[in-house]
Design a protein around this ligand. Structure first.
Ligand code: ADP
Ligand code: MG
Length: 317
């Protein structure tokens, strides 16, 4: 089990991670989803003890990463964004080297064979790493993370730069790992996270924007009805007028077309606000050009959660 409590990281004056808390249970696959610069790598580096936090704690199976780094680290297999490969070594030599470095207690030869088999790299075992393709190198990094059979596996954007076939292989590998391990993997691709993971944490600007079971993400975060409208007139007046309607939870401007702004109005699911919006716009003399129900796709939801303009209704739990 991984427990992250109030994790915060400053780089100088920049707050890269802002008070993140969550718990991952054994056997869970958690997707850490967010755009570039959201704070995914910084968080993972703190969870794995590669980077100290400014404040907050990380506990791995009861061991605090900073109090007892050896013990906590021995429970984690980590594939960082840039895998720590010694590219002059052969795959086997490198894995033997990492095996010794990690002081793994399992039978060396058999264990390395097993790990290579698992990531489908056995046939490349005698090749020098620098001669391998990006996909194979990634698998070597993956193999390194699996050495010692750690209960917690952390993977930082493991599919970046791979071709579609390799991506599918890595995804399948992650899914199979999830049966026995606790897996946290990061990605900026919603579709792969929703395909692989039991649970998704959306991170945006260092904060948790949503934390939900994959199939409950949209209902949990939305929970409200949506109305997509297109209205002519001054945006700030329009937004202010709509916000005054009691049932409205939030309004965002989603675009502009032919001098009319497009807005997404989120409102309490038990009310019907079409008439209220109409009356409000009449009062400020703005013409409504279009009004329709705005059911969001998961993709829209992700964009909205990470756009930095919207406060989230789901928080770090
Ligand atoms: P992600 O992995 O989600 O792309 P990062 O954790 O790498 O995000 O970065 C989060 C923020 O912290 C970004 O704004 C990034 O520019 C900043 N950052 C990351 N590493 C450093 C560093 N070593 N020094 C200063 N700023 C950093
Ligand atoms: Mg990163």
């Amino acid at each position: 089990m991984v427990e992250v409590k109030n994790l915060t990281k400053y780089y100088g004056n920049i707050k890269a991670v802002d008070d993140i808390s969550f718990t991952v249970e054994t056997g869970e696959i958690l997707g850490f989803l967010g755009p570039n610069g959201a704070g995914k790598s910084t968080t993972m580096n703190m969870i794995t003890g590669y980077l100290s936090s400014t404040s907050g704690t990380v506990t791995i199976d009861g061991s605090e990463i900073l109090d007892d780094p050896k013990k906590a680290k021995s429970k984690i297999g980590y594939l960082p964004e840039i895998p720590p490969l010694y590219i002059e070594m052969t795959v086997r030599k490198y894995l033997e080297f990492m095996f010794d470095l990690k002081k793994v207690k399992l039978p060396k030869k058999e264990h390395i064979e097993e790990v290579m088999r698992l990531v489908h790299i056995s046939e490349q075992s005698e090749r020098i790493i620098k001669h391998l393709s990006k996909g194979y190198r990634q698998r070597v990094g993956f193999a390194q993370a699996l050495l010692g059979n750690p209960p917690v596996i952390i993977l930082d954007e493991p599919t970046v730069g791979l071709d579609p076939k390799q991506i599918i292989e890595i995804r399948n590998l992650i899914k199979s790992l999830g049966k026995k391990h606790t897996v946290i993997f990061s990605s900026h691709v919603l579709s792969e996270v929703s395909e692989i993971c039991d649970r998704i944490i959306v991170i945006s600007e260092g904060k948790i924007a949503a934390d939900a079971k994959t199939d409950e993400l949209s209902t949990q975060v939305l929970g409200n009805q949506k109305l997509a409208v297109q209205i002519e007139g001054n945006s700030s007046d329009i937004i202010a007028a709509i916000k005054k309607i009691p049932a409205v939870v939030r309004v965002i401007k989603t675009g502009e077309q032919n001098d009319a702004g497009k807005y997404m109005i989120e409102y309490d699911k038990d009310s019907n606000i079409r008439r209220d919006v109409f009356n409000a716009m009449v009062r400020i003399n703005c013409a409504i050009l279009d009004m329709q129900s705005g059911n969001e796709t998961l993709e829209d939801l992700f964009l909205r959660l990470t756009s930095g303009t919207v406060k989230s209704s789901a928080g770090g739990k």
